[in-house]
Design a protein around this ligand. Structure first.
Ligand code: SF4
Length: 451
């Protein structure tokens, strides 16, 4: 039988988190092996796949917006439309019943089946059937261990070391869309990291929905990140996203002390009020969270902290919001992702609680917190004025090709004029910080070897 894929070109659009970016790289590798080709231009694609996110309302709405665009293309010519990832998993019924243009629905644990499913969709379209092809079973074991993702060239590469989540925060769909926690064999992770270093990547980010709960036999996350950071040729190792409950002393020591592990911890707070934290099932109190912050800073005050916060969770009062506000003031994050609570279908919160904080109140709380965070970010960034920091060059600055853009160890963006020296992406450059906004540091290179 001829492979219907042989002449088919795929366009992939990715929404949501870094895990989805990584999964799109996996999907490219799986499809490439089976003869599919790729295009960046969806107008020229035979197949458009949307790798979706169900965590935030914004990403969810963007997917529906793109589906409307694809509807117009599909009226003019044959096109296979696939919805992959968390929305496919979480909204399969809704997408099956209300979106006739969706031909293929594939959840995060079924990507190995994608070539066959696409071939079936192509065949049924060629034969004039309108039949959806669906694979959304969750697996207790799938880690795509043997598949090397097809990565774009660059400075940073991601490695997913674990998948799924067992925490069941009440607002979150991930445990339902990505299933139970499972960790990869550490030897496979280390081999993949060695290959990336050999390909020229300077920074590796270890990824997982709950990355620091990694466990494989007697390997925990502290052991794994230290092993990756010890590999010859690596410059920086990062990790995301951790849960505050999984920071044993060995991990704090590794982050604080290992020269190749970035001095940055993303520590999702979500709320600074104990009643709301309990309703969210976050399993820590404000006091425990602040004690962890203290432990981190006691080991190394240079570690930059960032966070995620939800405003207006079910039944949150003004006083409870103010507890969050005061916690943000007390911690002094470098930056924060601040969101209005939006109910996600099939979560515990959607089933048990009422989404009863008015939208205007949520928006007002977000605005106040964003305003506070901007001032705190500016203050933190100004602390670096006059200091020389090591910056990993990522590429041209967004606003001007005559400037470089890179990041500090603490993940703060730095911009500087190109200096005529032979700087290139992937270099580590010492930069004297001369100016700071809330989001960006500005400076100039100091003479090489000047640390
Ligand atoms: S830790 Fe909580 S917020 Fe994070 S993925 Fe798991 S359930 Fe979702």
């Amino acid at each position: 039988m001829t492979n219907p894929a042989s002449a088919k070109t795929v366009h992939i659009e990715t929404f949501g988190c870094q895990m989805n970016e990584y999964d799109s790289e996996l999907i490219r590798a799986i499809l490439r092996k089976e003869g599919f080709a790729f295009t960046e231009d969806k107008e020229r694609a035979d197949i458009v796949l949307m790798n979706t996110c169900a965590v935030r309302e914004n990403a969810h709405n963007r997917v529906y917006g793109h589906l409307a665009e694809l509807k117009a293309i599909k009226k003019q010519r044959p096109l296979i439309v696939g919805v992959l990832g968390c929305m496919a998993q979480n909204l399969k019924k809704e997408l099956t019943e209300t979106e006739p243009i969706v031909d293929v629905l594939v959840g995060p644990d079924a990507y190995r089946q994608l070539p066959n499913l696409l071939n079936r969709a192509i065949e049924s379209q060629e034969q004039g059937f309108l039949q959806k092809v669906i694979a959304v079973d969750l697996s207790e074991y799938e880690t795509y261990e043997d598949i090397l993702p097809e990565r774009a060239e660059g400075v940073n590469a991601w490695i997913a070391i674990m998948r799924g989540c067992d925490n069941f925060c009440t607002f979150c769909v991930v445990p339902y869309t990505r299933g139970r926690e499972r960790s990869r064999d550490p030897q496979g992770v280390i081999r993949e990291a060695e290959q990336l270093i050999a390909q020229g990547f300077k920074q590796i980010t270890l990824l997982g929905q709950n990355v620091n709960s990694y466990r494989f036999g007697d390997w925990d996350f502290a052991r794994l990140i230290t092993a990756v950071a010890n590999l010859p040729g690596i410059e920086r190792v990062r990790f995301t996203s951790p849960h505050p409950k999984d920071f044993p002393p060995a991990l704090l020591d590794a982050v604080a002390g290992h020269p190749k592990i970035c001095k940055h911890i993303h520590l999702p707070l979500q709320s600074g009020n104990d009643r709301i934290l309990d309703l969210m099932n976050r399993t820590y109190t404000r006091r425990e969270y602040l004690a962890l912050v203290e432990e981190i800073r006691r080991r190394n005050p240079e570690i930059a902290l960032t966070t995620d916060i939800i405003c207006g969770f079910c039944s949150e009062t003004e006083d409870e919001f103010l507890d969050t506000y005061r916690t943000v003031e007390a911690v002094g994050y470098h930056s924060a992702f601040i969101f209005k609570y939006s109910e996600r279908k099939n979560t515990i919160a959607a089933r048990k609680y009422r989404d009863d904080v008015p939208d205007a109140v949520k928006a007002d709380r977000v605005a106040r917190l964003v305003d506070l965070q901007k001032r705190m970010s500016l203050r933190k960034n100004r602390e670096l004025l006059g200091r020389t920091v090591e910056v990993l060059v990522e590429g041209d600055a967004k606003r001007s090709p005559s400037q470089w853009m890179g990041r500090t160890d603490g993940n703060i963006t730095v911009v500087w004029e190109k200096d005529g020296l032979e700087t290139k992406p992937g270099d580590l450059v010492p930069i004297l910080i001369q100016d700071a906004s809330a989001t960006t540091l500005f400076g100039q290179p100091v003479i090489r070897g000047g640390f």
